[in-house]
Design a protein. Structure first.
Length: 170
């Protein structure tokens, strides 16, 4: 898909991505849910805190309409070298990740996944066009609109207030 065609997309719900087992996942299945889309890595200095807090946030809000979509990426310091199976085992065993983990993707460059080209086109802002490091986070509303973007160092727990607002819970 050419990057200019990304402009024709209105929401993340129009994309189909591959899960970690290679199956197609139509993101329209997440209509009506608030999404936190994160590029993850297993060997980053931010791994422990982010995976721990992502699991805490997910546990708290999964029944209220939150879904976390984790996209492994090896573009930053080679910190996600494993296979999809190794990545899933790491996240699910060590951090009890219950949210979906997708196929390893590029988030920058010519081979960036279409979903990431879309996310960056909607929320470039002070971060510029590129993803700077592992654990960049995009918050998406129930209609599939990208509403915010957070730096890798932003703790998942610190965006809980924004998640609650989009979920309509107090």
């Amino acid at each position: 898909m050419a990057s200019q065609s990304i402009k024709n997309y209105k929401s993340v719900h129009e994309f189909t991505v591959k899960d970690a087992r290679g199956n197609d996942v139509d993101l329209s299945i997440y209509k009506g849910k608030v999404l936190l889309i994160v590029n993850v890595a297993s060997q980053c200095g931010l791994t422990n805190s982010n995976y721990t807090e992502l699991s805490q946030v997910y546990e708290k809000y999964k029944d209220k309409g939150l879904e976390i979509l984790a996209f492994p990426c090896n573009q930053f310091g080679g910190q996600e070298p494993g296979t999809n199976d190794q990545i899933m085992e790491f996240a699910c065993t060590r951090f009890k990740a219950e949210y979906p983990i997708f196929d390893k993707v590029d988030v920058n460059g010519d081979n960036a996944a279409s979903i990431y080209k879309f996310l960056k086109s909607r929320k470039g802002g002070i971060f510029g066009g590129g993803i700077k490091w592992n654990f960049s986070k995009f918050l998406v509303d129930k209609d599939g609109n990208v509403v915010d973007r957070y730096a890798p160092t932003t703790s998942p727990l610190s965006i809980e207030k924004s998640i609650k607002k989009l979920l309509g819970v107090s």
